[in-house]
Design a protein around this ligand. Structure first.
Ligand code: CTP
Length: 392
C-alpha cells in the first residue's frame, strides 16, 4: 500500500466487526486508515477499538465542533487516496445514491472527490429488493465501485447473497482501486468501449456491431499495470475487468458527458465505435402504416475531437480507426484531422468486429507500425505497455 491513505466508513451491521480485520490488513501492507463510524456502526463496535487498530482518532459526529475546527469534513474526505464503505448497509447505499448528507459519513461521501468503494452487507431480501438494486445500479453509474456481497448463511438465519465480502476480498478490491503497483501506478486513464445506441423511437435504436471486447481488454490491461481506469461503456454484454471503474451509457451524448465528468486524466483511449449520426427520436412508436420513416439526421458530438481541444486535455489521446482500405494512410490522416496523439488503426475487412483477434497499425506522430494479427488481449497488453512507456 506504500503509504496510501484510506478513509474507512463503517456502517451499522453485525458485520461491522470485520472492519477491524480490514484495518489490520491495510496497515500490515503499509497503508494508513482513518475511520469514521456511523451512529449505527457504533452500536456494533466502539470508536476505541478502531482508534487502537488504526492508531488514529476516529470520527463519529458531524457536529462535533472540536473536530470540525481541527479537521473540516471536506479535508477529511480529500486527504484520502480512496474512500471505502464497509459494511455498506442498505440505508447507507440509498443515501449515497440519493445524495443525502445528514451525518458525517454521508456528508463525507457527498463531499469527496476521490474514488469510492462500497462493500455491501445486509439481509438477503434487503439486497434483492428492487430499491436496493436500483440504488446499486445508480451508484455504479455514478462511478462508485460496489462489490457483490458474498452468498451464504446470514446472521439472521436466512441464506443467500448479502454477507459482507471477507476482509481479504475487500482488501484486494482496495488494492485494485488504488491501482496496484506497476508502471502506471498513480495514473488515471479513461477508456471508451463498445457501440452507442441512438434512439429512433421508444423501441428502436441505431446500433453497430462493436462488441466492446477490445476496449474492455485495454481497460483491464491498463489496470493490470497499476492505472486507475474509468471505463465508459456503451451497451455491451461483458464483465467489468478487475480494478476498473465502469460507467454504462447508451448514446454518444451520454458517452461524451461521462468522459468529460471523468476528467482530469493522464491518458484517454477512445475505442468506442461512436455513432456519427443520431436522429431526433419520435416520442411514440413509429407505425408501419405511416409509410417509410423519414429520419432527420443530426451529427453526434465528436468525443475525441472535443477532448483534444479541452482545457483539461489528457497528456496522451489514443484514438481508434476502423478502416477497410489504405488502412495506415487513412489512419494517419485521421490522426491529424482529429487532434489525437496516436491512432490505432483496425483493419476491419475481416472478422474483427465481435471476433477475438485483431490486426492493427499503431500510428504515432513519428512512426507507423504494423502489428501482426494477434488476440485482442495481446493487442491490449502491448498497447498498455506503450502507454506506460509514453507516460513515464
Ligand atoms: N470518436 C469519438 N466520437 C465520435 C466519433 C468517433 O470519440 N462521435 C472516436 C472513436 O472512439 C475513435 C475515433 O474517434 O477513437 C474514430 O474516428 P472517426 O473519425 O469516427 O473514424 P471512423 O469511425 O473510422 O469514421 P470514418 O472513417 O467513417 O470517418
Amino acid at each position: 500500500m506504500n503509504g496510501r491513505k484510506v478513509l474507512l466508513i463503517v456502517g451499522g451491521g453485525i458485520a461491522a466487526y470485520k472492519a477491524c480485520e480490514l484495518v489490520r490488513l491495510i496497515r500490515k501492507a503499509g497503508g494508513s486508515v482513518r475511520c469514521v463510524l456511523t451512529a449505527g456502526g457504533a452500536q456494533f463496535i466502539t470508536p476505541m477499538t478502531l482508534a487502537a487498530l488504526s492508531e488514529q482518532q476516529v470520527f463519529t459526529n458531524l457536529f462535533d465542533l472540536k473536530d470540525e475546527a481541527e479537521m473540516g469534513h471536506i479535508q477529511l474526505s480529500r486527504e484520502a487516496d480512496l474512500v471505502v464503505v464497509a459494511p455498506a448497509t442498505a440505508d447507507l447505499l440509498a443515501k449515497m445514491a440519493a445524495g443525502i448528507a445528514d451525518d458525517l459519513a454521508t456528508t463525507l461521501l457527498l463531499a469527496t472527490d476521490k474514488q469510492v468503494l462500497a462493500a455491501p452487507a445486509m439481509n438477503v431480501r434487503m439486497w434483492q429488493h428492487a430499491a436496493t438494486q436500483r440504488n446499486v445500479a445508480q451508484l455504479r453509474n455514478d462511478g462508485v465501485t460496489v462489490l457483490e456481497p458474498d452468498e451464504g448463511e446470514m446472521a439472521c438465519g436466512e441464506y443467500g447473497p448479502g454477507r459482507l465480502p471477507e476482509p481479504e476480498a475487500i482488501f484486494a478490491a482496495i488494492q485494485a482501486a488504488l491501482g496496484g503497483p506497476g508502471p502506471l501506478s498513480g495514473r488515471h486513464v479513461i477508456v471508451t468501449a463498445g457501440p452507442t445506441h441512438e434512439p429512433i423511437d421508444p423501441v428502436r435504436v441505431i446500433a453497430n456491431r462493436s462488441s466492446g471486447k477490445q476496449g474492455f481488454a485495454i481497460a483491464g490491461a491498463l489496470a493490470a499495470l497499476g492505472a486507475r481506469v474509468t471505463l465508459v461503456a456503451g451497451p455491451v454484454n461483458l464483465e467489468t475487468p478487475a480494478g476498473v471503474a465502469r460507467r454504462d451509457v447508451e448514446t454518444a451524448e451520454e458517452m461524451e458527458q461521462a468522459v468529460l465528468a471523468a476528467l482530469p486524466a493522464d491518458a484517454a483511449v477512445l475505442v468506442a465505435a461512436v455513432a456519427d449520426w443520431r436522429v431526433e427520436p419520435a416520442g411514440e412508436k413509429l407505425k408501419k402504416e405511416a409509410g417509410p420513416p423519414v429520419l432527420d439526421w443530426r451529427r453526434t458530438p465528436d468525443i475525441l475531437a472535443g477532448l483534444a481541444t479541452h482545457d483539461l486535455r489528457p497528456h496522451l489521446i489514443v484514438g481508434f480507426a476502423a478502416e477497410t482500405e489504405n488502412v495506415a494512410a487513412e489512419a494517419a490522416a485521421k490522426r491529424a484531422r482529429k487532434g489525437a496523439d496516436w491512432i490505432v488503426a483496425n483493419d476491419v475487412s475481416g472478422d474483427v468486429m465481435g471476433g477475438d483477434a485483431n490486426a492493427v497499425h499503431l500510428i504515432t506522430g513519428t512512426d507507423a507500425e504494423s502489428w501482426d494479427r494477434m488476440s485482442k488481449t495481446d493487442v491490449a497488453r502491448r498497447l498498455a505497455q506503450r502507454i506506460a512507456h509514453a507516460l513515464s
